[in-house]
Design a protein around this ligand. Structure first.
Ligand code: NAI
Ligand code: MG
Length: 392
């Protein structure tokens, strides 16, 4: 039996995670789930959104299912801290970003595959009518470094400024006072490039994708994008049956709506991967469908890409779409070698969508609120029940 660390977190994370567990039980996945504390309540009560006891559980059991958390800006976060903790130097930090760094979950996988019949699928004008290209892109986002490595300053200390001044291009900023200068760095390591590229090519090989696209900007970001691209060319030689493509992030956003169906596996640095995966997610139905995996050498955490949707957390019954969470649980099954069970769930979801009888509010393109049921939307739980009915 597997032990899964279940971290519902905040808002609708608390709603959708139990739904995914119901579906996992329906395919007889043999597991016990240990609840772990994470998120806003623990920030407010303990000054720590990621308590050590949660880290310990993940260290021990290695596999986590995560719902979503609520984050607020620094000042707002400080105000909500328990009065007994205020002014004691506690600083809010996003617990999911912390988890990615702490366990070096450097491989982020975000599959964006359209389900036939999804009313939210992207459509494109063809000669005389419309066509619906089926998208099947899997984004491999480097998850720990790049522009999100967190090495940044406003008013950089003198030593930092001096070091930067050694670069000829800093001449243009010579007369800017340090207090008017903000610097965020884009740090890329060869090792991390190799890891994400290797995983991407292996995935393409395993699941039969004919191309891997490196989506960067090496003509401008010569050093960092350049390193990713050069490593990509080397690794690609080991996979003669898979084509290596490269696109620039800006052009890729344009091609997103021109020919999204031609892309298979896509590799990108942290921020570019963030952007491109949201772009592709929009073509296949948006946040209600977007699943992801964060994978490190030891630990792996599976989560929908949506957040805690506080607007909807109080609605009872709940209106949100559980599919993104359930599809993330399928990625966990794949990771654990339970591919048949994962496929069974994905097939059931595909059937529910294609039949089109049961739809959450997002699938009906409704504005969220308690009135969506009277307009034909199902509840979160009804959607799960329908998926389970198809499994049985
Ligand atoms: P969000 O993803 O929580 O919600 C944005 C909108 O997307 C919602 O209002 C809703 O219309 C729709 N949506 C989200 N999930 C849905 C679902 N399962 N079914 C149907 N519709 C869905 O993003 P937002 O509102 O920008 O952020 C809310 C909070 O979540 C913030 O505190 C933010 O920091 C946090 N957040 C956490 C993430 C995480 O835990 N990984 C990721 C993104 C945001
Ligand atoms: Mg994002």
């Amino acid at each position: 039996m597997k032990t899964i660390v279940a971290m519902p977190g905040d808002g609708i994370g608390k709603t959708v995670l139990p739904e995914a567990i119901k579906v996992l039980s329906a395919v007889n996945f043999n597991a016990e789930y240990i609840h772990a504390d994470i998120g806003w309540d623990f920030w407010c009560k303990e000054g720590n959104a990621l308590p050590q006891r949660t880290i310990d559980l993940l260290e021990k059991h290695k596999i986590g299912l995560f719902g979503a958390i609520t984050s607020k800006p620094k000042d707002a976060a400080a105000k909500e801290l328990d009065p007994s903790l205020q002014g004691k130097g506690y600083v809010y930090f996003s617990p999911i970003v912390s988890l990615r760094q702490l366990f070096n979950l450097d491989i982020c996988i975000r599959p964006c595959k359209s389900f036939k019949g999804n009313p939210l699928n992207f459509i494109r004008r063809s000669d005389s009518s419309f066509e619906e290209p089926l998208v099947d892109a899997v984004i491999f986002r480097q998850n720990t470094e790049g522009l999100y490595s967190g090495v940044e300053w406003t008013n950089p200390p003198k030593a930092v400024r001096d070091a930067f001044e050694t670069h000829p291009k800093m001449k243009s900023f010579k007369n800017v006072p340090s207090e008017d200068l903000a610097i965020s760095t884009r740090i890329v390591t060869r090792n991390a490039c190799r890891r994400i590229l290797r995983e991407a090519f292996e995935y393409a090989k395993k699941f039969g994708y004919s191309n891997v696209t490196i989506c960067e900007k090496p003509n401008v970001l010569r050093e960092t994008s350049g390193m990713m691209f050069n490593e990509g060319k080397l690794i690609a030689k080991e996979y003669p049956n898979i084509q290596l493509w490269d696109t620039n992030i800006d052009a890729q956003m344009m091609w997103l709506t021109k020919n999204p169906e031609i892309y298979g596996v896509i590799v990108a640095e942290n921020m570019f991967g963030d952007i491109i995966s949201d772009g592709f997610a929009g073509l296949i139905g948006g946040l209600g469908f977007a699943c992801s995996a964060n994978i490190g050498k030891d630990v792996a955490i599976f989560e929908p890409t949506h957040g805690s949707a506080p607007k909807y957390q109080e609605l009872n019954p709940s209106i949100v779409n559980p599919m993104a969470m359930i599809l993330s649980a399928c990625m966990m099954l794949d990771h654990l070698g339970e591919n048949e069970k994962a496929e069974k769930i994905r097939k059931a979801i595909a059937q529910v969508i294609e039949e089109g009888k049961v739809k959450t509010y997002d699938m009906l393109k409704l504005k969220g609120g308690p009135d969506v049921f009277s307009k034909g939307a199902c509840t979160t739980q009804q959607m799960t029940d329908e998926i389970i009915r198809k499994i049985k």
